[in-house]
Write a protein that binds this ligand. Structure first.
Ligand code: G3I
Length: 315
């Protein structure tokens, strides 16, 4: 029974997982290393993690994940350079002129993407820039620098690590809708202007039974712009407790997502946002919901695991 990563490798596709660095030992580490060909640090590379006090850096968890990936022949998806959330308090609570903000952002990108130059295959350079209606989210960056912060960030990331694929990543952009159309228009315009952009990340934090029917069509329209598409944070949550019917529906949903991606050559593959229910953000954020990942809390593979396996050509 081949692991997921062997099946994905044979197709030239990504099967990734978000990971927590401190857990990369024991069974968790064995599964993370054996089953996946890409890793994304779930929190370790966020600005608030790496520079908790201004000028004082903590790269330990990020380094640990990158080292683990290299030891296991895995690629790393860097997550994330510019976001409105999980920033250090000194940054969030500061009062900054536009020039200072621009300097802070550019220096941060140069430092972090530069530190991992050649070791991070793709970066989520800008995370979650849009509101649900397709307008720009009012953030530290947007309010201070206007929409140009996105082009600035991409340009800085390219300069820091010319070989890394550069992405804009967002949620609720899996189907064709106002938000994904805003993302489409943005990346089309960036490309037309010659701003470095290689792909879009569709996070895919989905709800049981609600895989968007336009997922493949949406992936295809981004691909048709000459961009890569990655499913970056896949999970499919349900009302707890799970039962046989719900787990079967979840397996069908995972398979539908994998199949939509695999049907488009420029879809690079999928990363799950934690491979075990014991390492998922869902129960903390949506009380009463969970069981969103392919392995249960005790590391037993669920029907969703088999569905991913089958979609990748296994049995
Ligand atoms: O590290 C502290 C720990 O010391 C403390 O005891 C504990 C008590 O609450 O909190 C821990 O920090 C938590 C951190 O995850 C690490 O577990 C934060 O409270 C918690 O807010 C944080 O949640 C993360 C969330 O982003 C924050 O927005 C999730 O783990 C992470 O999976 C999630 O990931 C995001 C992506 O980056 C972007 N897309 C959406 C996705 C889900 O929210």
């Amino acid at each position: 029974d081949p692991p997921l990563r062997d099946l994905a490798d044979a197709k030239g596709k990504v099967i990734g997982t978000a990971v927590t660095g401190s857990r990369l030992t024991g069974t968790y580490g064995e599964i993370a290393g054996a089953q996946f060909n890409w890793l994304t640090p779930g929190n370790a590379m966020k600005w608030g993690s790496v520079e908790p006090a201004r000028g004082s850096f903590d790269w330990a968890e990020a380094d640990r994940i990158v080292d683990f990936a290299e030891a296991h022949g895995q690629e790393v998806r860097g997550h994330t350079l510019v976001w409105h959330s999980q920033n250090p308090n000194w940054l969030t609570n500061g009062t900054w002129t536009p020039a200072q903000l621009s300097r802070l952002m550019n220096d941060h990108i140069a430092l972090e993407a530069g530190r991992y130059k050649g070791r991070v295959a793709a970066w989520d350079v800008v995370n979650e820039p849009f509101n649900e209606d397709g307008s720009y989210r009012q953030t530290l960056w947007y309010n201070g620098l206007g929409v140009d912060y996105i082009a600035q960030a991409l340009t800085a990331a390219r300069a820091a690590d010319p070989d890394a694929k550069l992405y804009i990543n967002d949620y609720n952009v899996e189907g064709v809708n106002a938000k994904s159309t805003a993302l489409y228009n943005l990346v089309r315009d960036l490309k037309a202007r010659g701003v470095p952009i290689d792909g879009v990340g569709l996070q895919a934090h989905l709800i049981l039974g609600q895989v968007p029917s336009t997922l493949q069509q949406n992936i295809q329209r981004f691909a048709d712009l000459g961009l890569d598409v990655a499913i970056t944070e896949l999970d499919i949550r349900m009302q707890l407790p799970p039962d046989t019917a719900k787990l079967a529906q979840q397996a069908a949903d995972y398979k539908a997502v994998m199949n939509a991606c695999l049907a488009v050559s420029r879809c690079t593959g999928a990363t799950v946002w934690g491979f075990t229910d014991s390492d998922s953000w869902i129960p903390d954020t949506f009380p009463g919901q969970g069981a969103a990942t392919p392995y249960d809390e005790n590391y037993a593979p669920k029907p969703a695991y088999r569905a991913i396996h089958e979609a990748l050509g296994g049995t």
